[in-house]
Design a protein around this ligand. Structure first.
Ligand SMILES: Cc1cc2nc3c(=O)[nH]c(=O)nc-3n(C[C@H](O)[C@H](O)[C@H](O)COP(=O)(O)O)c2cc1C
Length: 420
C-alpha cells in the first residue's frame, strides 16, 4: 500500500507546523545512513529523570536585555524559536529574575508576576512543536543588580563608554534597593548593596518558590538555578562578598546555607530536572585557602564540597562556569578554559551529570570533552549566536547524518546523503 502523501502536521496544535520525525537535531536511522553506525557522543541522547534530551549540544542562558518590564517579547520568540528549530538538544532561557529588584538590568526577563507566564508559554509551546526541550535560569542578581545593558555601558566600537555600570532611577534602575549578603559593592562603578536581613532572605526564598510555580504553568522542561557569575547565590558562597557573622556567613557551611536552602526549596517544589550553574572560582590571586585554613576566596575545593551538597539535595546536573564575583579577576581565556573545572568536578562525582561551558566552538573539541570524561553535556553561548545551525555543522564535521528541520533539508543535502 502506498503511504498517503501528506505533509504531516504536529498534532495537538491549533496552527500548522510540519512534523519533524525524528526530531530536529536527532541522529537519523542507520538503516538509511550507514555512516551513523558509530554515533558521536554529541548526538547521543541523555535521560535525566523522565526527560530525554535528544542530543548534548545545549544552549547556555544568555541575557538579551530586551524584556518589557520582565515580560518576554517577540524578540525572545524569534531568538529562542530560531534555536529551537535548528537542532540543539536543550535551550536554557536567560537569567530570569524572581523579584524585580533581582534583575541585572531593567530590561531583564522575570517571573515575579503572573502576567509574565503567557509570553513565556508561547515560546515554550513553540519550542515543543519543534521537538526541543526548553528550561529557564531562575536568578537574583544580588549586589550586581540595577546595572545597564552591556552595549549601553560600552558600544562595540569602544567609542562611547558610560561613566558607570549603575542604572539610576531615571534609567529605570533601583540603585537604592540593591541587596547582597554584605554591604560590599562589586566595584566602584556598581551599586552600593545593603546587607540582607532575615526578612529579605525569607522573601527571596519565597520568590524562588513562587517562580517555580509559574514555571509549572508555563511548561518549562527544566529549571536551572543561577549560583554563578557574582549574582546573589554566588555572593553568599564567596568569602569575598560574604562577611556576615550570622548563620549565613563565616564558615563554608554557613556561606552555603542560604543557597542550599533556596535550592532545597526549589527541589521540593519541582519534579522535573533541576540544574545549578556554579562559578568554580572567583579567579582571585593566590591560594584559595590560607595557611591558617581560612578560605580566602571562592574556588574549586569549596565548589567540590558545594556540588556534593547539591547532589545530596537531588540536583540533576551542575553546569560549571567561573568568575564574575571579583572585579580584578584575571581569566586565562582560551578554548575550553573552564573545562578543567568541569573535569575536576566530574571526577569527584562521576554519577552526577556535568556540563562544561566556555569558548567551545569546534565540534571535534566539543566531542573530546564528552569522550574524555570532562562532562556529559557541552553548553554553548556565543558560538550559537554566530552560528545557530551549529548542530548541523557539527554533524557535517563529525560525518554523521542528523535531522534538520524539513523546511531546511535542501540546505543540508551533503549531511543527508547516505554514505557507506
Ligand atoms: C549575550 C550573553 C548573555 C549572557 N547571559 C547569561 C545569563 O543570563 N546567565 C548566565 O549564567 N550566563 C550568561 N552568559 C554567559 C554564557 O552563558 C556563557 O557561560 C559564556 O558566554 C561562555 O560561553 P561561550 O564562550 O560559549 O560564549 C551570557 C553570555 C552572553 C554572550
Amino acid at each position: 500500500m502506498p503511504q498517503p502523501s501528506i505533509n504531516t502536521p504536529v498534532p495537538g496544535v491549533d496552527t500548522f507546523y510540519p512534523l519533524n520525525d525524528p526530531a530536529i537535531g536527532s541522529i537519523l536511522p542507520t538503516s538509511a545512513y550507514p555512516q551513523n553506525t558509530k554515533i558521536p557522543k554529541l548526538f547521543q541522547p541523555l535521560t535525566i529523570r523522565d526527560t530525554t534530551f535528544k542530543n548534548r549540544i545545549w544552549v547556555a542562558p544568555m541575557c538579551q536585555y530586551s524584556s518589557d518590564n520582565g515580560h518576554a517579547t517577540d524578540w525572545h520568540l524569534v531568538h529562542l524559536g530560531g534555536l529551537a528549530s535548528r537542532g540543539v538538544g536543550s535551550i536554557c532561557v536567560e537569567a530570569t529574575a524572581v523579584v524585580p529588584e533581582g534583575r541585572i538590568s531593567p530590561e531583564d526577563s522575570g517571573l515575579w508576576q503572573d502576567s509574565q507566564i503567557a509570553p513565556f508559554k508561547r515560546i515554550v509551546d513553540f519550542a515543543h512543536t519543534q521537538g526541543t526541550l526548553i528550561g529557564v535560569q531562575l536568578a537574583h542578581a544580588g549586589r550586581k543588580a540595577s546595572t545597564i545593558a552591556p552595549w549601553v555601558h560600552l558600544n562595540a566600537a569602544k567609542t562611547r563608554r558610560a561613566s558607570t555600570w549603575l542604572a539610576e532611577k531615571s534609567e529605570n534602575g533601583w540603585p537604592d534597593d540593591v541587596t547582597g549578603p554584605s554591604a560590599i559593592p562589586f566595584a566602584d562603578d556598581y551599586p552600593q548593596p545593603r546587607a540582607m536581613d532575615d526578612k529579605d532572605i525569607a522573601q527571596v526564598e519565597e520568590a524562588f518558590h513562587a517562580a517555580v510555580e509559574r514555571c509549572k504553568q508555563i511548561g518549562f522542561d527544566f529549571i536551572e538555578i543561577h549560583a554563578a557569575h557574582g549574582y546573589l547565590l554566588h555572593n553568599f558562597v564567596s568569602p569575598l562578598s560574604n562577611h556576615r557573622t550570622d548563620q549565613y556567613g563565616g564558615s563554608l557551611e554557613n556561606r552555603l546555607r542560604f543557597p542550599l536552602k533556596v535550592i532545597e526549596r526549589v527541589r521540593k517544589a519541582w519534579e522535573k530536572p533541576l540544574f545549578v550553574r556554579i562559578s568554580a572560582t572567583d579567579w582571585a590571586e593566590g591560594p584559595e585557602q590560607g595557611e591558617n585554613g581560612e578560605w580566602r576566596y571562592w574556588g574549586l575545593e569549596q565548589s567540590k564540597f558545594f556540588v556534593g551538597e547539591l547532589q545530596t539535595l537531588g540536583v540533576d546536573l551542575v553546569d560549571v562556569s567561573s568568575g564574575g564575583n571579583y572585579s580584578k579577576q584575571t581569566i586565562p581565556v582560551g578554548p575550553g578554559y573552564q573545562a578543567p573545572f568541569a573535569k575536576a568536578i566530574k571526577q569527584a562525582y562521576p554519577d552526577l551529570p556535568i556540563s562544561t561551558v566556555g569558548l567551545i566552538t569546534d565540534p571535534k573539541q566539543a566531542e573530546t570533552y564528552l569522550e574524555d570524561g570532562t562532562a556529559d553535556v557541552v553548553t554553548l553561548a556565543r558560538e550559537l549566536l554566530r552560528s545557530p545551525h551549529w548542530p548541523m555543522y557539527a554533524a557535517q564535521a563529525l560525518g554523521v547524518a542528523v535531522k534538520p528541520a524539513s523546511q531546511y533539508e535542501r540546505a543540508w543535502l551533503a549531511v543527508l546523503t547516505p554514505k557507506e
